[in-house]
Design a protein. Structure first.
Length: 567
């Protein structure tokens, strides 16, 4: 329940976007209160036509499995037509499913069947750029500036003009100019305008110019096209990147605020999820969910990688057995983001995603280590996101071959997080009936690689541990999305990390110890008459003792525990 002070702060945040008055945003869909997302990289999930690439039919065939994990919502990486030079994030048609995945009719079928099982489906929206083979861009390359799509992109006024910096791409197009990219050279930036156009650069259009306004209308058309087919929302790729030369993302925040007002009035149960990783900006601007992950707000890497999306450093990251990590950076930044977004939207801490290392990587591959990390990720506030395969402990494979733009330089190999889902034992791990040489990416070669089949009926498997955690979260308001949260252990003595979740009279204490040694912590007096161990890696070595002057908790090596406090 929000206090009056929190309600006031929420209203204040809604009324100010970039220092100007704005209308209050539509409310949060209630289904988000119990949402658990399962992220799918479509090419790697399940192949049903034996071409070695996953497809929509494969996702449909595994809806019951996804639901059995405890997820009730799906986010799929892009399924639109593409040149696949960046894994589908280089779109050539926003209104059509790529033939490798199926058809528009199959996508509608997937949505319908998911809804029939009480599940939601969200698509990935690449809002800031297209492929350089998109028909819009091909027309914009033509000589003259009065064609329909001439101003959908950002072109300099001459091929001789190449402003400093790496984001303008030298062009040999019939049009006399060079274009601005958004990521790879094959991804020209859509023209949403410049917050501060440089008068010395006449091609830099203001955000209210006809071209940028036409692109905004096109974005609404794309959203409406799929929402009207039953889709439940979108995760927006690089959501912060739309408007250029925009210090503080002020104009970009105004743009998304406008989009949310329109979206919320037309699709009140729809959701917008941002890849922004700065919740204090993204959520007041209009997104229902923003991630705190491997870039943006500092903190997440110190827990799992200690280097932003680059590599795991086993000597210093928190979730490793040497026990030399810290939590101060994460706790302070998470607390700040939470205070600035409470009541407006939700922060998500993903288990991993298609752009960063999986939870199981480096020396962190033992199921017990993964259970400790999952205990943390799935008992924090906000909306959980489980990346396909993390629930069984699929490994990140750091030296995997490049596929469709997956390698971005040294220590930035995304292929290692995109390998085929491991369903069963066998030459293709149940991913495909095709030849193993045709698979989208090679499988993990470890003969003991984890599979769903091996873990399905094992009561102590990681899969069933995750299922149990999500079941506990579902039945406990305190552990759910909106439950209160506070750190109760000393953040400068990080092992164990202990925090309290509460809702009304319901209280839980969660304690995690990734270190390979026994640890203990002194906590504020809880006043609990009884403490019950309700979930964790096992109660051996776990002790929780209440006291008038303070509580004491002990955990064994590499362990986690969830306690219910009863007054």
């Amino acid at each position: 329940m929000l206090t009056m002070k929190k309600l006031f702060l929420a209203a204040a945040a809604l009324s100010m976007i970039g220092g100007t008055q704005a209308q209050p945003l539509p409310g949060l869909p209630q289904w988000l209160d119990t949402a658990v997302f399962y992220q799918i990289y479509p090419a790697s999930f399940k192949d049903t036509d034996s071409d070695g690439i996953g497809d929509l039919g494969g996702i449909i065939s595994k809806l019951d499995y996804i639901r059995s994990v405890g997820a009730n919502a799906i986010w799929m990486s892009p399924v639109f037509c593409s040149e696949f030079r960046d894994g589908g994030y280089d779109v050539t048609d926003f209104y059509a499913v790529a033939p490798r995945y199926g058809t528009n009719a199959q996508l509608v079928e997937l949505v319908r069947k998911a809804h029939g099982k009480g599940m939601k489906v969200c698509l990935d929206l690449v809002a800031g750029h297209t492929s350089d083979k998109h028909p819009w861009f091909l027309q914009s390359m033509q000589a003259g500036t009065d064609l329909h799509y001439s101003d959908y992109y950002i072109w300099t006024d001459s091929r001789e003009t190449l402003p400093p910096g790496s984001y303008y791409v030298k062009s040999d197009a019939p049009r006399d100019g060079n274009y601005l990219k958004n990521f790879f050279d094959c991804q020209p930036a859509l023209n949403y305008g410049f917050a501060r156009p440089n008068p010395d650069n006449p091609w830099e259009q203001p955000v209210d110019a006809p071209g940028p306004q036409a692109v905004r209308r096109e974005l609404k058309n794309i959203i409406a096209f799929w929402m009207d087919k039953g889709v439940d929302g979108f995760r927006v790729d690089m959501a912060h990147s739309l408007i250029k030369n925009d210090p503080g993302h002020i104009e970009t925040r105004r743009l998304w605020h406008e989009m949310r007002e329109w979206f919320g009035s037309r699709y009140p149960e729809g959701v917008l999820i941002s890849e922004w990783s700065r919740p204090e900006e993204a959520i007041p601007a209009g997104f229902h969910i923003d991630f705190m992950m491997h870039f943006g707000v500092p903190g997440f890497p110190s827990l799992f990688f200690n280097k932003e999306g680059v590599e795991i450093k086993q000597d210093t990251c928190y979730f490793q057995t040497l026990g030399g990590g810290q939590i101060r950076e994460f706790v302070e930044n998470y607390r700040r983001q939470r205070e600035k977004t409470l009541g407006l939207g939700h922060i998500a801490l993903p288990t991993a995603n298609h752009d960063c290392q999986r939870l199981s990587c480096g020396d962190r591959t033992d199921p017990r280590q993964l259970k400790v990390a999952m205990t943390f990720l799935l008992t924090m506030p906000g909306v959980p996101f489980v990346y396909y395969g993390d629930e069984i402990g699929m490994r990140y494979l750091p030296d995997w071959p490049e596929k469709e733009g997956s390698i971005m330089g040294r220590n930035a190999n995304r292929s290692g997080s995109r390998t085929p889902m491991q369903w069963t034992a066998g030459r293709t791990a149940g991913f495909s009936d095709g030849d193993s040489a045709s698979l989208y990416l090679p499988l993990d070669p470890d003969p003991l690689r984890p599979t769903v089949a091996a873990q399905e009926d094992d009561p102590v498997s990681l899969l069933n541990y995750v299922r149990g955690l999500l079941a506990l979260r579902k039945q406990s308001p305190a552990l759910a999305t909106r439950g209160d949260w506070q750190m109760i252990s000393n953040i400068d003595r990080p092992y164990p990390m202990v925090y309290e979740r509460s809702a009304g009279s319901e209280r839980y204490v969660v304690a995690v110890n990734p270190a390979g040694r026994s640890v203990e912590a002194l906590l504020p007096a809880s006043g609990a008459a009884q403490v019950r161990y309700v979930y964790g890696t096992g109660d051996k070595g776990v002790h929780y003792k209440t006291g008038r002057n303070g509580d004491r908790i002990k955990l064994g090596p590499v362990s986690a525990a969830v306690f219910r406090l009863v007054r």
